[in-house]
Design a protein around this ligand. Structure first.
Ligand SMILES: [Zn+2]
Ligand SMILES: [Zn+2]
Length: 353
Protein backbone atom coordinates (compact mmCIF):
# COMPACT_ATOMS: atom_id res chain seq x y z
CA UNK A 1 0.00 0.00 0.00
CA UNK A 2 1.62 3.20 -1.19
CA UNK A 3 1.22 6.67 0.23
CA UNK A 4 -1.31 7.80 -2.44
CA UNK A 5 -3.50 4.76 -1.60
CA UNK A 6 -3.60 5.70 2.06
CA UNK A 7 -4.46 9.30 1.18
CA UNK A 8 -7.20 8.06 -1.17
CA UNK A 9 -8.66 5.89 1.57
CA UNK A 10 -8.52 8.73 4.10
CA UNK A 11 -10.19 11.07 1.60
CA UNK A 12 -12.93 8.48 0.97
CA UNK A 13 -13.47 7.98 4.71
CA UNK A 14 -13.64 11.70 5.45
CA UNK A 15 -15.38 13.13 2.38
CA UNK A 16 -16.30 10.26 0.05
CA UNK A 17 -19.08 9.36 2.51
CA UNK A 18 -21.12 12.33 1.23
CA UNK A 19 -21.07 10.94 -2.33
CA UNK A 20 -21.79 7.27 -1.54
CA UNK A 21 -25.47 6.20 -1.77
CA UNK A 22 -24.74 3.24 0.55
CA UNK A 23 -23.58 5.65 3.29
CA UNK A 24 -25.91 7.45 5.71
CA UNK A 25 -24.01 10.71 5.01
CA UNK A 26 -24.89 10.67 1.28
CA UNK A 27 -25.96 14.24 0.39
CA UNK A 28 -29.36 12.99 -0.75
CA UNK A 29 -30.21 11.70 2.76
CA UNK A 30 -29.09 14.98 4.27
CA UNK A 31 -31.32 16.75 1.74
CA UNK A 32 -34.33 14.57 2.62
CA UNK A 33 -33.80 15.48 6.28
CA UNK A 34 -33.87 19.16 5.32
CA UNK A 35 -37.11 18.44 3.44
CA UNK A 36 -38.55 16.70 6.53
CA UNK A 37 -37.54 19.70 8.64
CA UNK A 38 -39.32 21.93 6.13
CA UNK A 39 -42.53 19.85 6.53
CA UNK A 40 -42.24 20.19 10.30
CA UNK A 41 -41.67 23.93 9.89
CA UNK A 42 -44.67 24.31 7.58
CA UNK A 43 -47.05 22.51 9.94
CA UNK A 44 -45.78 24.57 12.86
CA UNK A 45 -45.60 27.94 11.09
CA UNK A 46 -49.30 27.75 10.19
CA UNK A 47 -50.19 28.50 13.85
CA UNK A 48 -47.09 30.44 14.85
CA UNK A 49 -46.73 33.79 13.01
CA UNK A 50 -43.48 34.59 14.81
CA UNK A 51 -41.89 31.35 13.62
CA UNK A 52 -43.22 31.98 10.12
CA UNK A 53 -41.77 35.50 10.06
CA UNK A 54 -38.35 34.15 11.12
CA UNK A 55 -38.31 31.93 8.07
CA UNK A 56 -37.30 28.32 7.45
CA UNK A 57 -33.52 28.86 7.48
CA UNK A 58 -33.60 30.39 10.96
CA UNK A 59 -35.80 27.47 12.11
CA UNK A 60 -33.63 24.74 10.58
CA UNK A 61 -30.20 26.27 11.22
CA UNK A 62 -30.46 28.39 14.38
CA UNK A 63 -27.33 30.47 15.02
CA UNK A 64 -27.29 29.60 18.75
CA UNK A 65 -26.89 25.90 17.90
CA UNK A 66 -24.51 26.16 14.95
CA UNK A 67 -22.21 28.67 16.72
CA UNK A 68 -22.29 26.71 20.02
CA UNK A 69 -18.81 25.52 21.16
CA UNK A 70 -20.16 21.96 21.31
CA UNK A 71 -21.04 22.05 17.61
CA UNK A 72 -17.51 23.21 16.74
CA UNK A 73 -16.15 20.22 18.70
CA UNK A 74 -18.61 17.91 16.90
CA UNK A 75 -17.60 19.13 13.42
CA UNK A 76 -13.83 18.84 14.04
CA UNK A 77 -14.25 15.49 15.79
CA UNK A 78 -16.51 14.23 12.98
CA UNK A 79 -13.87 14.56 10.25
CA UNK A 80 -10.91 13.58 12.42
CA UNK A 81 -12.66 10.49 13.76
CA UNK A 82 -13.84 9.40 10.31
CA UNK A 83 -10.13 9.15 9.43
CA UNK A 84 -9.37 7.38 12.73
CA UNK A 85 -12.21 4.91 12.13
CA UNK A 86 -11.29 4.13 8.50
CA UNK A 87 -9.39 1.04 9.61
CA UNK A 88 -12.24 -0.12 11.84
CA UNK A 89 -14.75 0.13 8.98
CA UNK A 90 -12.57 -2.18 6.89
CA UNK A 91 -12.04 -4.40 9.93
CA UNK A 92 -15.77 -4.83 10.54
CA UNK A 93 -16.05 -7.15 7.53
CA UNK A 94 -13.69 -9.53 9.31
CA UNK A 95 -16.38 -10.15 11.95
CA UNK A 96 -19.06 -10.91 9.36
CA UNK A 97 -16.85 -13.25 7.36
CA UNK A 98 -15.49 -14.98 10.49
CA UNK A 99 -19.03 -15.61 11.77
CA UNK A 100 -20.07 -16.86 8.31
CA UNK A 101 -17.06 -19.20 8.24
CA UNK A 102 -17.95 -20.46 11.72
CA UNK A 103 -21.44 -21.43 10.53
CA UNK A 104 -19.93 -23.20 7.51
CA UNK A 105 -17.65 -25.14 9.86
CA UNK A 106 -20.57 -26.19 12.08
CA UNK A 107 -22.58 -27.36 9.05
CA UNK A 108 -19.55 -29.28 7.79
CA UNK A 109 -19.22 -30.95 11.19
CA UNK A 110 -22.73 -32.45 10.87
CA UNK A 111 -22.19 -33.18 7.17
CA UNK A 112 -25.14 -31.04 6.08
CA UNK A 113 -25.82 -30.73 2.33
CA UNK A 114 -24.46 -27.59 0.64
CA UNK A 115 -27.95 -26.18 0.00
CA UNK A 116 -30.74 -27.20 2.37
CA UNK A 117 -33.63 -25.77 0.30
CA UNK A 118 -32.43 -25.98 -3.32
CA UNK A 119 -35.94 -25.62 -4.78
CA UNK A 120 -36.90 -22.43 -2.90
CA UNK A 121 -38.14 -19.63 -5.20
CA UNK A 122 -35.82 -16.64 -5.59
CA UNK A 123 -38.33 -14.11 -4.20
CA UNK A 124 -38.61 -16.13 -0.99
CA UNK A 125 -34.83 -16.34 -0.63
CA UNK A 126 -34.36 -12.61 -1.26
CA UNK A 127 -37.34 -11.63 0.93
CA UNK A 128 -36.34 -13.82 3.87
CA UNK A 129 -32.66 -12.97 3.79
CA UNK A 130 -33.42 -9.25 3.61
CA UNK A 131 -35.99 -9.36 6.42
CA UNK A 132 -33.94 -11.57 8.73
CA UNK A 133 -30.75 -9.72 7.81
CA UNK A 134 -32.15 -6.31 8.70
CA UNK A 135 -33.69 -7.65 11.94
CA UNK A 136 -30.40 -9.27 12.98
CA UNK A 137 -28.44 -6.14 12.07
CA UNK A 138 -30.81 -3.85 13.98
CA UNK A 139 -31.00 -6.12 17.03
CA UNK A 140 -27.19 -6.33 17.16
CA UNK A 141 -27.00 -2.53 17.20
CA UNK A 142 -29.68 -2.38 19.90
CA UNK A 143 -27.80 -4.95 22.01
CA UNK A 144 -24.45 -3.17 21.61
CA UNK A 145 -26.09 0.11 22.58
CA UNK A 146 -27.83 -1.53 25.58
CA UNK A 147 -24.60 -3.12 26.82
CA UNK A 148 -22.77 0.24 26.52
CA UNK A 149 -25.48 1.86 28.63
CA UNK A 150 -25.67 -0.80 31.33
CA UNK A 151 -22.04 -1.85 31.87
CA UNK A 152 -20.46 1.06 33.82
CA UNK A 153 -16.98 0.85 32.30
CA UNK A 154 -18.45 0.75 28.76
CA UNK A 155 -20.85 3.58 29.59
CA UNK A 156 -17.76 5.78 30.10
CA UNK A 157 -17.04 5.33 26.37
CA UNK A 158 -20.64 5.78 25.20
CA UNK A 159 -21.01 8.85 27.44
CA UNK A 160 -19.05 10.78 24.77
CA UNK A 161 -22.08 10.52 22.47
CA UNK A 162 -24.43 11.72 25.21
CA UNK A 163 -22.20 14.62 26.27
CA UNK A 164 -23.56 16.81 23.43
CA UNK A 165 -25.71 19.62 24.84
CA UNK A 166 -26.81 20.82 21.42
CA UNK A 167 -27.24 18.48 18.50
CA UNK A 168 -26.66 18.79 14.76
CA UNK A 169 -26.36 15.85 12.32
CA UNK A 170 -22.61 15.95 13.05
CA UNK A 171 -23.38 14.76 16.60
CA UNK A 172 -24.06 11.29 15.13
CA UNK A 173 -20.30 11.11 14.56
CA UNK A 174 -19.60 11.99 18.21
CA UNK A 175 -18.79 8.36 19.05
CA UNK A 176 -15.71 7.11 20.85
CA UNK A 177 -13.72 4.68 18.64
CA UNK A 178 -14.18 1.92 21.25
CA UNK A 179 -17.97 2.43 21.08
CA UNK A 180 -18.09 2.70 17.29
CA UNK A 181 -15.86 -0.32 16.77
CA UNK A 182 -18.04 -2.41 19.10
CA UNK A 183 -21.03 -1.45 16.92
CA UNK A 184 -19.26 -2.76 13.83
CA UNK A 185 -18.22 -5.93 15.68
CA UNK A 186 -21.73 -6.68 17.03
CA UNK A 187 -23.50 -6.04 13.72
CA UNK A 188 -20.77 -7.90 11.82
CA UNK A 189 -21.20 -11.01 13.95
CA UNK A 190 -25.01 -10.86 13.67
CA UNK A 191 -24.96 -10.47 9.90
CA UNK A 192 -22.30 -13.16 9.46
CA UNK A 193 -24.20 -15.66 11.63
CA UNK A 194 -27.62 -15.15 10.08
CA UNK A 195 -26.28 -15.09 6.56
CA UNK A 196 -24.14 -18.12 7.22
CA UNK A 197 -27.34 -20.03 8.00
CA UNK A 198 -29.43 -18.44 5.23
CA UNK A 199 -26.69 -19.03 2.69
CA UNK A 200 -26.89 -22.73 3.57
CA UNK A 201 -30.66 -22.70 3.13
CA UNK A 202 -30.81 -20.88 -0.20
CA UNK A 203 -27.31 -21.08 -1.61
CA UNK A 204 -27.07 -17.36 -2.55
CA UNK A 205 -24.02 -15.25 -1.84
CA UNK A 206 -23.31 -13.12 1.21
CA UNK A 207 -22.50 -10.08 -0.94
CA UNK A 208 -25.92 -10.06 -2.60
CA UNK A 209 -27.66 -10.33 0.76
CA UNK A 210 -25.61 -7.47 2.19
CA UNK A 211 -26.73 -5.43 -0.82
CA UNK A 212 -30.40 -6.16 0.02
CA UNK A 213 -29.89 -4.91 3.56
CA UNK A 214 -28.32 -1.74 2.18
CA UNK A 215 -31.47 -1.09 0.13
CA UNK A 216 -33.59 -1.19 3.31
CA UNK A 217 -31.15 1.11 5.10
CA UNK A 218 -31.21 3.54 2.18
CA UNK A 219 -35.01 3.73 2.40
CA UNK A 220 -34.70 4.33 6.15
CA UNK A 221 -32.11 7.09 5.76
CA UNK A 222 -34.46 9.11 3.54
CA UNK A 223 -37.15 9.42 6.27
CA UNK A 224 -35.74 12.41 8.10
CA UNK A 225 -33.03 10.19 9.59
CA UNK A 226 -30.63 13.05 10.33
CA UNK A 227 -33.21 14.94 12.38
CA UNK A 228 -32.56 12.52 15.27
CA UNK A 229 -29.48 14.60 16.02
CA UNK A 230 -31.07 18.02 15.69
CA UNK A 231 -33.50 20.33 17.49
CA UNK A 232 -36.34 19.53 15.05
CA UNK A 233 -39.04 17.48 16.80
CA UNK A 234 -40.46 14.80 14.48
CA UNK A 235 -42.25 12.11 16.53
CA UNK A 236 -43.88 8.85 15.50
CA UNK A 237 -46.66 8.35 18.01
CA UNK A 238 -49.17 5.54 18.60
CA UNK A 239 -48.56 2.22 16.90
CA UNK A 240 -45.96 3.69 14.48
CA UNK A 241 -43.95 4.80 17.50
CA UNK A 242 -43.88 1.23 18.80
CA UNK A 243 -42.54 -0.10 15.49
CA UNK A 244 -40.12 2.56 14.21
CA UNK A 245 -37.58 4.81 15.90
CA UNK A 246 -38.49 8.38 14.95
CA UNK A 247 -36.09 11.31 15.28
CA UNK A 248 -37.96 12.27 18.48
CA UNK A 249 -37.45 8.78 19.98
CA UNK A 250 -33.70 9.31 19.74
CA UNK A 251 -33.93 12.87 21.04
CA UNK A 252 -35.63 11.44 24.15
CA UNK A 253 -32.72 8.99 24.33
CA UNK A 254 -30.45 12.04 24.63
CA UNK A 255 -32.67 13.66 27.27
CA UNK A 256 -31.10 14.82 30.51
CA UNK A 257 -34.17 13.75 32.52
CA UNK A 258 -33.66 10.67 34.68
CA UNK A 259 -36.92 9.07 33.45
CA UNK A 260 -35.43 9.02 29.93
CA UNK A 261 -32.05 7.52 30.87
CA UNK A 262 -31.29 4.15 29.24
CA UNK A 263 -34.45 4.35 27.10
CA UNK A 264 -34.93 4.08 23.31
CA UNK A 265 -31.68 2.32 22.45
CA UNK A 266 -33.10 1.33 19.03
CA UNK A 267 -31.64 2.30 15.65
CA UNK A 268 -34.36 1.38 13.13
CA UNK A 269 -37.01 -0.57 15.07
CA UNK A 270 -38.62 0.49 18.35
CA UNK A 271 -39.95 -2.98 19.17
CA UNK A 272 -36.66 -4.18 20.71
CA UNK A 273 -37.06 -1.48 23.34
CA UNK A 274 -40.74 -2.36 23.68
CA UNK A 275 -39.80 -6.02 24.19
CA UNK A 276 -37.19 -5.30 26.85
CA UNK A 277 -39.17 -2.59 28.63
CA UNK A 278 -36.94 0.32 27.64
CA UNK A 279 -39.28 2.08 25.21
CA UNK A 280 -40.61 5.58 25.80
CA UNK A 281 -42.67 6.91 22.91
CA UNK A 282 -42.48 10.64 22.19
CA UNK A 283 -45.44 12.95 22.67
CA UNK A 284 -46.73 15.04 19.77
CA UNK A 285 -45.19 18.07 21.45
CA UNK A 286 -42.47 17.84 24.05
CA UNK A 287 -39.49 19.85 25.30
CA UNK A 288 -36.25 17.92 25.68
CA UNK A 289 -32.94 19.04 27.14
CA UNK A 290 -29.90 17.15 25.83
CA UNK A 291 -26.88 15.93 27.78
CA UNK A 292 -25.60 13.36 30.30
CA UNK A 293 -26.72 14.66 33.68
CA UNK A 294 -26.16 18.40 33.61
CA UNK A 295 -22.73 18.13 35.25
CA UNK A 296 -20.39 15.92 33.28
CA UNK A 297 -20.87 17.57 29.88
CA UNK A 298 -18.08 20.03 30.70
CA UNK A 299 -15.57 17.14 30.79
CA UNK A 300 -15.95 16.71 27.02
CA UNK A 301 -15.45 20.22 25.67
CA UNK A 302 -12.48 19.58 23.34
CA UNK A 303 -11.76 17.06 20.59
CA UNK A 304 -8.82 15.65 22.55
CA UNK A 305 -11.01 15.04 25.63
CA UNK A 306 -13.56 13.10 23.55
CA UNK A 307 -10.77 10.58 22.89
CA UNK A 308 -8.98 10.64 26.22
CA UNK A 309 -11.49 11.24 29.05
CA UNK A 310 -13.31 7.87 28.64
CA UNK A 311 -10.04 5.96 29.13
CA UNK A 312 -9.22 8.04 32.21
CA UNK A 313 -12.69 7.60 33.72
CA UNK A 314 -12.89 3.89 32.86
CA UNK A 315 -9.47 3.35 34.45
CA UNK A 316 -10.51 5.23 37.60
CA UNK A 317 -13.76 3.27 37.71
CA UNK A 318 -11.91 -0.07 37.45
CA UNK A 319 -9.63 1.03 40.29
CA UNK A 320 -12.70 1.71 42.37
CA UNK A 321 -12.31 5.43 42.76
CA UNK A 322 -14.21 8.37 41.43
CA UNK A 323 -12.30 10.29 38.81
CA UNK A 324 -10.91 13.67 39.76
CA UNK A 325 -12.45 15.05 36.59
CA UNK A 326 -15.89 14.20 37.86
CA UNK A 327 -17.38 16.87 40.08
CA UNK A 328 -19.20 15.68 43.20
CA UNK A 329 -22.37 13.70 42.63
CA UNK A 330 -21.68 13.66 38.93
CA UNK A 331 -21.86 9.92 38.45
CA UNK A 332 -24.84 8.96 36.39
CA UNK A 333 -25.33 5.82 38.46
CA UNK A 334 -25.49 7.90 41.63
CA UNK A 335 -27.50 10.99 42.41
CA UNK A 336 -26.27 12.71 39.30
CA UNK A 337 -28.91 15.37 38.93
CA UNK A 338 -28.09 18.93 39.80
CA UNK A 339 -28.93 22.40 38.56
CA UNK A 340 -29.30 22.03 34.84
CA UNK A 341 -27.48 24.40 32.55
CA UNK A 342 -29.01 26.05 29.54
CA UNK A 343 -29.56 23.02 27.36
CA UNK A 344 -31.20 22.84 23.99
CA UNK A 345 -34.96 22.81 23.82
CA UNK A 346 -36.89 20.99 21.11
CA UNK A 347 -39.40 23.02 19.14
CA UNK A 348 -42.12 20.39 19.39
CA UNK A 349 -44.20 20.26 16.24
CA UNK A 350 -46.58 17.36 15.66
CA UNK A 351 -45.57 15.31 12.64
CA UNK A 352 -46.45 11.67 11.92
CA UNK A 353 -44.60 9.28 9.62
ZN1 LIG B 1 -27.02 5.96 24.05
ZN1 LIG C 1 -27.55 9.84 19.39
Amino acid sequence: VGMPDILDQLYAAMFGIFAAPSNRWFVFYLATSVLAAWLVFRSHAAKDPELKAGGFLRFAFPAEIWSHPGTRVDVFYFFLNKAVMAAAVAGSFVFAYAADALVDMLFALVSAPQTLLPGAPAWLAVGLTTAIGILAFDFALWLQHYVFHRVPVLWEFHKVHHSAEVMTPFTAGRMHPVDEFAGYAFSGVAIGLTYGVLERCFGSTLEIQLFQVNIVLIAFFTLGFHLRHSHVWMPYTGVWGRIFVSPAHHQLHHSIEREHWDRNMGFIFAFWDDLFGTLVTPKAEQKVRFGVNGVEERDYDTVLKLYWVPFRKAFDLLRGRRTSMEPLAASRAGDGRSDLGDGQVGTGAPFGP
